[in-house]
Design a protein around this ligand. Structure first.
Ligand SMILES: *[C@@H]1O[C@H](CO)[C@@H](O)[C@H](O)[C@H]1NC(C)=O
Ligand SMILES: *[C@@H]1O[C@H](CO)[C@@H](O)[C@H](O)[C@H]1NC(C)=O
Ligand SMILES: *[C@@H]1O[C@H](CO)[C@@H](O)[C@H](O)[C@H]1NC(C)=O
Ligand SMILES: *[C@@H]1O[C@H](CO)[C@@H](O)[C@H](O)[C@H]1NC(C)=O
Ligand SMILES: *[C@@H]1O[C@H](CO)[C@@H](O)[C@H](O)[C@H]1NC(C)=O
Length: 428
């Protein structure tokens, strides 16, 4: 799964290499995302920004970045900066129920992921001896970054990622962000917009911005009529959510071979048990197709480096069904990236309660208008509180379940997604 090719593709890796002289980062242990350079680095014009470790000074126009742990266990969130000034840390331990408030510069571009099952030495400079490797190797079961507490490279796959460019678009005045399953899935992630100084955006309905991806059983709230279930929203602005998944479907969405740790099949796998009947662990990290096979076809590289040539795999189809607002493969752009005017900050919550959101397919048109005008109009507000509209759109978009109906052609994509796509073409 690790690959030097992917290291080459990652501008983050390059920046870090240059900045830190870590010439051997691109070795086995660190596996940066293949796609993640695409939405932000490769296509953002305004991207020649230096990377600083941080934290930002006042002059940098600091933006709040809060990371919260709603999981039952301690997790070790990690961050990597691709541009701008980072929060001054690459990762830390976060107990269940705790939050850490940080700041980044207003032109920060980076990513956040969660590490699990970590055990570091006292200084955090390497794994503890508990892993049996005498201080070498990985400190964490998932998301590990060369075994250190404060990451300077991106994490091992599989990880659920939150990616953001606070100064995206051709003029740097858009915030681009996404939840990505392109590097696989480990923990549920939810994102909450923190209103900033841009008064035009104070009223942005949270249900337009606060996406969530919940692919682990045990976190789903029951479906409420108005979409009010879920922590990343409130009763005034109900969220468009994914309504069909259950704890049972979530426990089996990862294609069997892509589980990071495949449960032992009864009888040593000699008997042809249908995979679906074998109990999987609740925490069941899932490699993406690209991370698993590293093939051009699954990673959308080489001969497949075009949207028309790179099609979603079984993994992407399953991932998209579980998390409609998340990236499932490299060319999943139209239903995976949020673009809003700059200004606000962000809270990233691991293991949010609620449901996966289905915002982009529901409010694509409104979000495009917002991205273009930089204003929340009356009609956006009206639409955002129109439960009939939300319910209809959500039902319409979750009705298409098969791979072909969902991804087969332009005709099956929602209009909103197409509009977003066109808007992007204009921005870039
Ligand atoms: C690994 O971490 C996950 C997520 O925090 C947790 O559910 C699981 O119990 C941990 N496994 C072990 C063996 O500690
Ligand atoms: C999340 O929402 C559920 C109900 O949907 C609620 O019971 C729970 O307390 C909320 N959690 C947080 C951290 O707000
Ligand atoms: C919901 O969020 C909006 C925007 O943040 C806020 O104005 C409103 O008061 C909130 N409603 C409730 C019931 O908390
Ligand atoms: C967002 O919240 C607004 C205000 O309550 C509501 O009208 C609208 O239906 C919500 N949109 C979605 C997609 O839930
Ligand atoms: C709410 O949305 C429905 C369906 O799109 C539409 O028919 C209705 O007029 C809208 N209501 C308001 C108050 O905008």
């Amino acid at each position: 799964m690790p690959s030097t090719r992917r290291c080459k593709n990652s501008s983050l890796q390059h920046s870090l290499l240059a900045a830190l002289f870590l010439s051997n980062i691109c070795t086995a242990a660190s596996v940066p995302s293949s796609h993640s350079a695409r939405p932000f680095s490769a296509r953002t014009v305004y991207s020649n920004r230096d990377v600083h470790w941080g934290p930002p000074t006042k002059r940098d126009n600091a933006i709040p970045l809060v990371i919260s742990n709603n999981c039952g266990d301690t997790i070790w969130p990690a961050l990597a900066s691709q541009a701008g000034t980072g929060p001054g840390t690459g990762g830390f331990a976060l107990s269940s129920g705790d939050s850490k408030s940080m700041t980044v510069s207003s032109d920060w571009q980076g990513r956040v992921w969660g590490r699990t099952n970590c055990s570091f030495n006292v200084g955090g400079t390497g794994p503890s001896n508990l892993n049996g490797n005498n201080g070498n190797g990985q400190a964490c079961d998932t998301g590990d970054c060369n075994g250190v507490l404060s990451c300077v490279v991106t994490g091992n796959t599989p990880v659920t990622l939150w990616e953001v460019d606070l100064a995206g678009g051709s003029d740097g005045k858009q915030t681009y962000y996404d939840i990505s399953l392109v590097d696989g899935y480990n923990l549920p992630i939810g994102v909450t917009y923190i209103p900033g100084s841009n008064t035009a955006l104070e009223d942005i309905p949270p249900n337009l911005t606060n996406c969530a991806c919940i692919g682990t059983p045990g976190f789903l709230t029951t479906v409420a009529d108005s979409g009010t279930s879920g922590n990343s929203t409130n009763g005034t602005y109900p969220l468009p959510y994914e309504a069909s998944q259950t704890d049972s479907t979530l426990s089996g969405w990862c294609p069997w071979d892509y589980q990071l740790t495949q449960p032992t099949k009864p009888g040593d796998g000699v008997y042809p048990y249908p995979d679906d009947n074998i109990q999987r662990p609740v925490f069941d990290p899932c490699l993406s197709a690209c991370a698993k096979t590293n093939s051009a076809k699954d990673c959308c590289t080489g001969a497949y480096d075009q949207p028309s040539k790179c099609k979603p795999s079984l993994y992407s189809t399953q991932a998209k069904a579980v998390c409609p607002d998340a990236y499932s493969y490299a060319y999943d752009d139209t239903t995976s990236t949020f673009i809003i005017p700059t200004g606000g900050g962000w809270e990233v919550t691991f293991c949010p309660a609620g449901r996966s959101t289905n915002i982009l397919k529901t409010f694509g048109t409104q979000l495009t208008q917002l991205a273009q005008t930089g204003q929340i109009s009356k009609s956006i507000l009206t639409d955002a509180s129109n439960i009939t509209l939300i319910t209809q759109k959500s039902e319409a978009s979750s009705g298409a379940t098969g791979e072909n109906s969902k991804f087969g052609g332009v005709g099956s994509r929602s209009l909103g997604a197409l509009v977003v796509c066109v808007a992007w073409a204009v921005f870039w």
